[in-house]
Design a protein around this ligand. Structure first.
Ligand SMILES: Nc1nc2c(ncn2[C@@H]2O[C@H](COP(=O)(O)OP(=O)(O)O)[C@@H](O)[C@H]2O)c(=O)[nH]1
Ligand SMILES: [Mg+2]
Length: 309
């Protein structure tokens, strides 16, 4: 085993930080590290936190992580940021907001760029979570902006999903991305200090009443005021009880199985896609034939001979 993988497994924070940098690049070195760490993952309880930008996810994660840590748990946090790694602004914002936590020994926080150089958001975020899992953090939180397919993908790869809403333009149920409402294990209506929070709660209740699945209809809703730690203890309690397998072992196993299927699928798609990009770029003759209408699009695509796995 490499010194890096050893260091991660020993929970060495410096090595964990270095491994996350490797994972972010998603190159051959990252794949080697993945292969080394994979047998040592699967123990952490993975919590996804998603919601529109500005609803207070980072503030909330900060408060909830502190609440969980005060009960003795060690928490790893991956904050996926929508901004490019070169802009720095929002990344720095998350770092500063979570600075209090970054100084604690029992909480590890890392902001990462939304997409690795070589691919998708979901693989990068989940592989970052793998590092923290292998490092022995029993709870790993992944914060994503609920704005695109990649963000929903991340939710399919966690054990528990918290959807955060808040009053204010564009942040309510109406604005929640299609699909977001269906993936929640817990709803948090944050900014309960602001007018309109009760309205958001009744909107969520209205949506849940329409759910055909009975358990979904009972999805809990927590009102929070993250800036003042309000609701953090209640959210931490939900996470703890879910982590202790409140819904039974078979549900957990089924969800993990589908998470693995989802992860395999996204890597297989990404590889096929990247290969197709390479082949199209170097198929000038074929492109010319299609352009001259001597070959149709489907026949042209077939001739690229993209491997089907
Ligand atoms: N009024 C109010 N503001 C909040 C609350 N929680 C967070 N905020 C503010 O909302 C803004 C966005 O918070 P942030 O955690 O970065 O949101 P994120 O983009 O969802 O991660 C910040 O200015 C926070 O201080 C709250 O409970 N009430
Ligand atoms: Mg944030």
């Amino acid at each position: 085993m490499s010194a890096l993988a050893d260091g991660v497994r020993a929970g060495d924070r410096r090595m964990v930080a270095r491994a996350l940098t490797v994972v972010e690049r998603r190159d051959a070195r990252a794949r080697d590290l993945h292969a080394e760490l994979w047998p040592h993952t699967g123990r952490a309880f993975r919590v996804g936190v998603t919601g529109a930008p500005g609803v207070g996810k980072s503030t909330l994660v900060d408060a909830v992580a502190a609440a969980l840590a005060s009960h003795g748990a060690r928490i790893g946090v991956i904050a996926v940021d929508p901004t490019s790694p070169y802009s720095g602004g929002a990344l720095l914002g998350d770092r500063l907001r979570m600075q209090g936590l970054a100084l604690r020994d029992d909480v590890f926080v890392r902001s990462m760029a939304s997409r690795g150089r070589l691919g998708g958001l979901a693989p990068a975020a989940s592989e970052a979570a793998d590092v923290l899992d292998a490092a022995g953090f029993p709870i790993v939180v992944v914060e994503t902006v609920g704005a695109g397919q990649g963000e929903l993908d991340v939710a399919f790869e966690t054990d528990y999903t918290i959807v955060v809403l808040a009053p204010g333009a564009g942040d309510g149920v109406q604005a929640a991305k299609a699909g977001t409402m269906e993936i929640a294990d817990l709803f948090v209506v944050n900014k309960s200090d602001l007018p309109g929070a009760e309205g958001v709660r009744s909107d969520v209740e209205g949506t849940l009443e329409l759910a055909s699945d009975e358990r979904r209809a009972r999805t809990p809703i927590v009102m929070a005021h993250a800036g003042a730690q309000g609701g953090a203890a209640a959210i931490a309690a939900h996470v703890e009880s879910a982590a202790e397998n409140a819904h039974g072992k078979s549900d957990r196993a089924a969800r993990r199985r589908s998470a693995i299927e989802h992860r395999l699928l996204s890597i297989a798609c990404e590889r096929a896609y990247n290969e197709a990009v390479r082949r199209v770029a170097s198929a000038a003759a074929l492109v010319a034939e299609v352009e001259a209408r001597r070959c149709d699009l489907y026949e042209g695509a077939r001739r690229l001979e993209i491997p089907t796995a």
